[in-house]
Design a protein around this ligand. Sequence first.
Ligand SMILES: Cc1cc2nc3c(=O)[nH]c(=O)nc-3n(C[C@H](O)[C@H](O)[C@H](O)COP(=O)(O)OP(=O)(O)OC[C@H]3O[C@@H](n4cnc5c(N)ncnc54)[C@H](O)[C@@H]3O)c2cc1C
Length: 400
Amino acid sequence: MDFSRVQLDDDDQKFLDEVRRFLQEIVTEEVLARDRETGDNFDEGVHLAIGAAGYWEREWKADSERAFTRVQRRIWELEKRRAHVPWVTAGTTAMISRSVEKFGTPELKDEVLPRVYSGHVRLCLGYTEPEGGSDVATCKTRAVREADGSSWIINGSKMFTTGAHNCQYVFLITNTDPAAPKHQSLTMFLVPLDAPGIEIQGIRTVDGDRTNIVYYSDVRVDDRYRLGEVNGGWAVVREPLNVEHGAVDAAVDGLQDVSIMMHQAGFMAAAVDRAAARSAVRDPNGRKLIDDGSVAYRLGRSVARMEAALSAPSIFGRVALAQAMRDISPDLMDILGTASALPIGADGAADDGAAEYVYRFAPLVGIYGGTLEVFRNMIAQYALGLGKPNYSPPVANKAG
Ligand SMILES: Cc1cc2nc3c(=O)[nH]c(=O)nc-3n(C[C@H](O)[C@H](O)[C@H](O)COP(=O)(O)OP(=O)(O)OC[C@H]3O[C@@H](n4cnc5c(N)ncnc54)[C@H](O)[C@@H]3O)c2cc1C
């Protein structure tokens, strides 16, 4: 891993200036306020503007003549984050478009991918079901092939299909052979969300995000929307799952995040910065919060925890970041006092709601894309070699 600072040449500096200007123009205060209100983490105007300027194609289409260089890609990612470009639906679209490219028929790719790059088509993840999402392979949503083989009938429901109401297709895990072992029973589809029989219902999470429950009632899907082999869905879904879990190799040139969830961690860094700045402000009696030893201790501990989490790589980082967000945010709110309980935009909020937002956001960051408990088990099993977890009840000690 190369930790040296990247020196931008003239072309890269020009690219950075151009991208920063472009994003500043399209991601306005109005866009950000609307996004907070809808909880969508998506703005169609911004998404289409990025598509029209060719940036989605440059980011997502690996064989595009205009594909970003490694340095441009890094600049683009950091500038999107700096400008607070809504990221959730863009992220799922990017991830699934790679699976369409790899497993879709030429006909399906022609239908979907050019419009993905223009921004007109967005894609969401349909994995989790009401009865449980950690083990996605235990899927109950059924797809049954019609007698003539040309289409499928899908029945079931999916929880937490984030962005479905802003997307045109859902990357859906279905069960096509309930009698088979679970990893040999799955088939993946890219289901058009305007198909009759699909109903999308909104759900708001504690941090204000919008996600959905989606019902599938006798939804007829043409076989050309199938991705990969019948009952071979695990091979299709494993790759995007690994990306979502952050279980992918680090880039040797260092031009990528140390771990996933860095975007989310940015909110923690902003809250820590604001608490530190606020602690150094003198009150009318000339006193500063930081002069109190317990404030200095708790602020210092928060900074240390955050820095350690920001430096942890791969799936370790994914756990460390979400856990640090959970641990730090109550400390920051304690330091800042009751006015820190006011949310962003409220008059009199101690830090414009930064720590309060992290406090509500942190639990979700430790759930979506896999819970902290599941990740800790993965680390124990695969990284530390401690074997499979044993969930059976403890055996009574007869001797005792
Ligand atoms: C805001 C948000 C957005 C989401 N977006 C999407 C999306 O777009 N698409 C999608 O498909 N899903 C999405 N999800 C679902 C998310 O991936 C699941 O919530 C997550 O995988 C956990 O599944 P579950 O909620 O069904 O919990 P369950 O799997 O039912 O788990 C319940 C509890 O048991 C624990 N547990 C489960 N298995 C184990 C184990 N093996 N070892 C130890 N503990 C275990 C869990 O840690 C948890 O505490 C989203 C969730 C949230 C909160």
